[in-house]
Design a protein around this ligand. Structure first.
Ligand code: HEC
Ligand code: HEC
Length: 299
């Protein structure tokens, strides 16, 4: 009995020591200084492609651009994309570009806390310094809105941010955006958008118990349990071709939201087009279609 008790006690002590150490353990790398000059137009374009505007604006309630998004309901609670306007108190007006870079590429706040992966930062880790400078320049032009976004509504243990340090160690992976020269310029541009900024896998890849994507086994195989109860189909090349998609009609659908059968995309895919791909260049939409319909996508 006594041995058992001591065992439990020491397990508890070791356990809480591990937890205590994790709470204060610093994560990520110190971001290096970024001195490049940003291009507002390019930054605004990337903010469309990356869904920053889509998620951080509450279109349904007529919210100001980037002043905070509509609630995102997940298995782990309800998340409110924060105010990203230039307001120094409720937005990111008092941030440095290095704070911004660290948040977007590494998912770490200026205080050193990890962000929830409901924020799609895992797709942005390969953004270049120039991408960050462009985004930053564009964000500087956003009028300040002096209103905070609501706090996230998560219950224990998901309200413990330090727990995300374990999540990061176990599941955080770089997106597969590395260029493959022999596949050509359009394919590589499509890959960069589809696997990176446009984060198509956020909805089209199945997730495990911890809400992490099963990138190795279910990449683009669809997801039957999207937040809010939706479903997304598989978008691997074979399935897309079998379902009648070609480069022409997929490029068109990413502009208009109209599918080859004449229906409109339903659910969240409608919003992806309306708030995102609709604003991209025809060349970029076509590049995404070329990549998606190639049998070597994803690898
Ligand atoms: C799928 C929705 C979604 C998309 C897309 C998205 N975000 Fe967010 N973002 C969030 C959520 C949710 C949070 C809050 C995360 C947290 O509190 O841990 C967040 C947090 C942030 C923060 C931290 C703000 C703060 O006050 O600490 C920044 C900066 C940010 N996002 C920038 C961006 C940029 C730039 C893009 C586009 C490249 C983007 N986000 C795309 C949902 C999203
Ligand atoms: C926010 C979640 C979400 C994101 C992000 C998303 N999709 Fe979808 N997608 C869906 C849903 C849901 C459907 C099903 C739409 C329907 O039922 O009409 C869908 C359907 C599709 C289809 C139709 C497939 C078929 O055969 O019916 C294609 C193609 C597609 N998405 C491509 C993309 C691409 C490319 C991206 C990245 C730019 C993307 N999706 C990002 C949720 C998403």
């Amino acid at each position: 009995m006594r041995i058992l008790f001591t065992g439990i006690l020491s397990a508890a002590v070791v356990g809480s020591a591990v937890i205590a150490a994790t709470v204060v353990w610093p994560i990520g790398q110190v971001p290096k200084e970024i001195t490049l000059t940003g291009d507002v137009q390019r930054g605004a374009y990337l903010a469309r492609a990356g869904g920053c505007i889509a998620c951080h604006t509450n279109f349904d309630s007529g919210g100001a651009p980037l002043a905070g998004g509509a609630p995102l309901k997940t298995d782990f609670g309800t998340f409110y994309p924060p105010n990203l306007t230039t307001d120094p108190t409720h937005g990111i007006g008092d941030w440095s570009i290095e704070n911004f870079a660290q948040a977007i590429r590494q998912g770490i706040s200026p205080e050193g806390d990890p962000y929830y992966p409901t924020f799609t930062y895992p797709f942005y880790s390969n953004f270049t310094d120039q991408d960050i400078a462009d985004l930053w320049a564009a964000f500087q032009t956003v009028p300040a809105v002096a209103k905070p976004a609501p706090d996230h509504d998560t219950s224990f243990p998901f309200n413990q941010r330090w727990g995300l340090k374990f999540w990061r160690a176990a599941f955080l992976k770089e997106p597969r955006t590395d260029p493959i020269a022999e596949n050509g310029e359009a394919w590589n541009r499509g890959r960069l958008l589809v696997e990176g900024a446009a984060h198509c896998a956020a909805c089209h890849t199945g997730r495990n118990f911890a809400g992490a994507r099963n990138t190795d086994t279910e990449h683009f195989q669809g997801n039957d349990r999207l937040p809010g109860g939706g479903k997304s189909p598989a978008i691997d090349a074979e399935t897309l071709k079998m379902r009648g998609w070609d480069i022409g009609n997929l490029t068109y659908a990413l502009r208009t939201g109209i599918t080859p059968s004449g229906d409109a995309f339903g659910g969240t895919m409608g919003e992806v087009v309306l708030q995102g791909t609709k604003f991209l260049s025809e060349g970029d939409r076509k590049a995404m279609a070329i990549y998606l319909l190639d049998d070597h996508q994803g690898g």
